[in-house]
Design a protein around this ligand. Structure first.
Ligand SMILES: [Zn+2]
Length: 268
């Protein structure tokens, strides 16, 4: 069902209940990745892309089609409308713009993007130290506090696939650190989670690719053609590399630490 139009998302089924979508560069150079996870009681959409115009990026049509496809394959799930929860890796515009396209969908809850709204929806008893679990129906997702790039950032861990959905926090791209203390605490929190997980952590998938396949070489912001980009998945041990890179920082605005698979940038 993907590839009908040049602006349609690139759809990859990661398993029978998990979809990776990428907004194409033709519709927005940020080309963010989105994820749709199906449970027996509801689906979870992580992020909505950079565009609030269905004609430019047909998010609503695509999500409806994917839900219909999954429900056809899972006829025992008969709740109608099948609930959809729309949550976010963080509140930056290129990950939440498509919220507007889904807000009026029947059975749909769009989680707010302030820290208070994220904390309230998932029920964090303390923030950001606590990890909470969120049940999609025979499928549990752990929600880990993740501020540092952005104040309301979270990381989702899907026990079924073993994927940590790391948003703009850890990805093959520039890691823009807004609050160094919070960011370091988030990486340490993710390492603790990885080392004592509720299910094996297989890989990390973030929200962008900005690195080329050449180690340490990124594409500049605004690049539309990335013919030789690095693969998206990162091994769990990348978290140790990120922590080590933070140790090299002096905390000067604009400072960059270049690693093979990512570049840490201290945000101005
Ligand atoms: Zn961001």
């Amino acid at each position: 069902m993907s590839g009908q139009g040049v602006n349609d998302p690139v759809v990859v089924w990661l398993d029978a209940d998990t979809v990776q979508l990428r907004q194409p560069k033709t519709s927005h150079w940020e080309a963010p990745f989105l994820y749709l996870l199906f449970g027996r009681e509801r689906a979870l959409l992580i992020d909505t892309g950079a565009t609030a115009d269905e004609a430019v990026f047909p998010l609503r049509t695509t999500v409806e089609g994917l839900i219909a496809e999954w429900l056809r394959r899972n006829p025992a799930v008969f709740v109608r409308p099948y609930p959809l929860v729309v949550a976010h890796s963080h509140g930056h515009g290129d990950h939440i713009a498509g919220d507007a396209l889904l807000r009026d969908r029947p059975g749909t809850t769009v989680v707010g993007t302030s820290p208070a709204e994220v904390i309230g929806f998932f029920g964090f008893p303390t923030w950001p130290d606590a990890t909470v679990s969120y049940d999609l129906g025979r499928r549990v997702v752990d929600v880990i506090g993740g501020p540092g790039h952005e104040p309301s950032a979270v990381v989702f861990f899907d026990r079924q696939t073993g994927i940590l959905f790391t948003g703009d926090t850890v990805l093959p791209a520039r890691l823009y650190v807004r609050d160094l203390g919070q960011y370091r605490a988030t990486i340490e929190r993710l390492i603790r989670f990885r080392d004592d997980p509720p299910a094996p952590v297989r890989e990390l998938r973030g929200a962008h690719i900005e690195m080329s396949s050449e180690p340490g070489v990124d594409y500049p912001a605004g690049t539309v053609e990335q013919p030789d980009e690095a693969p998206l998945p990162l091994r769990p041990r990348i978290l140790d590399r990120v922590l080590a890179a933070l140790g090299e920082l002096r905390g000067v605005p604009g400072e960059r630490i270049v690693a093979k698979r990512f570049i840490v940038v201290v945000d101005r």
